[in-house]
Design a protein around this ligand. Structure first.
Ligand code: UDP
Length: 243
């Protein structure tokens, strides 16, 4: 399989074709990037951990009625997924103010938002993934208004399900990024990954603003103990999923 030519290599994953054109194989890498790939590094074991966490969360969401691209994991760092056409949007949901929301609006880090904030960013590294307005979104014609309504409804449901799930793990879901794809039957399904690389996760049993961080902010901010934080997220996710 590994001798097959890659279909695509991203910052954290490599996509390979399989014998079945409807199925792709994703290899999760240990490579870590931040700030639009200006900062690069490796997080030992991250590929396997993120793949395992994403697989557990995709299965949990499927059970809750959310269609996803997940099929199975032949190895701990490999996921077979349904082939989709990715909609080039990064759909971000925020429950608590952090990251770019604080930098761009002055809201204090950690402020609980009155309701989930849903934002669309253009998935385009060369342009620095800019935040889109509603009108820019419709101008770019990346999705129809019906498709956007579906994405919005699915995203808010996913947020509710993930918040409930992470609560069982004693983890606060601060914010996260989703990507959606269109499958062979023209259905919109959840794609890409959900992991500590794409979510902000705070340990609800820690109050210290640095000690509570269990996600890629540890890498972005050079906080150390990145591997062990990811490992702890995996342990808590697997133990909650098996209950
Ligand atoms: N995010 C992501 N990929 C991106 C940009 C953001 O997975 O290319 C996630 C990020 O991990 C966080 C959320 O989306 O959970 C919101 O990120 P934010 O806009 O605050 O950006 P940042 O502060 O990371 O620059």
């Amino acid at each position: 399989m590994m001798q097959t030519a890659k279909l695509y290599e991203g910052k954290a994953k490599i996509l390979y074709p399989t014998k079945d054109p409807q199925i792709l194989l994703t290899i999760y890498k240990d490579d870590a990037t931040a700030f639009n790939a200006q900062k690069k590094g490796q997080i030992t074991g991250k590929g396997a951990i993120n793949c395992t966490i994403a697989a557990a969360l995709f299965q949990y969401l499927e059970k809750a009625g959310i269609p996803t691209h997940y099929i199975d994991c032949p190895e701990v760092n490999q996921m077979r997924v349904k082939a989709v056409t990715i909609i080039p949007l990064e759909v971000v949901v925020r429950n608590i103010a952090a990251g770019s929301l604080c930098r761009q609006t002055g809201l204090p880090q950690g402020k609980v938002l009155p309701k989930p904030l849903l934002e669309y960013y253009l998935k385009d590294d060369a342009l620095g993934d800019p935040l889109l307005t509603r009108d820019r979104l419709s101008l770019l014609n990346l999705a129809s208004s019906e498709q956007l309504a579906t994405i919005e409804e699915m995203t808010l449901k996913i947020n509710q399900h993930l918040q409930d799930f992470f609560k069982l793990c004693n983890i606060i879901l601060v914010d996260f990024k989703l990507e959606f794809g269109i499958d062979a039957t023209n259905q919109i399904i959840l794609a890409d990954e959900i992991s500590p690389d794409t979510c902000r996760l705070w340990d609800s049993r820690e109050t210290d603003p640095q000690a509570r961080i269990m996600d890629k902010d540890r890498f972005r901010q050079d906080l150390g103990q990145i591997e062990s934080a990811y490992q702890t997220v995996q342990e808590r996710v697997l133990s909650a999923i098996n209950h």
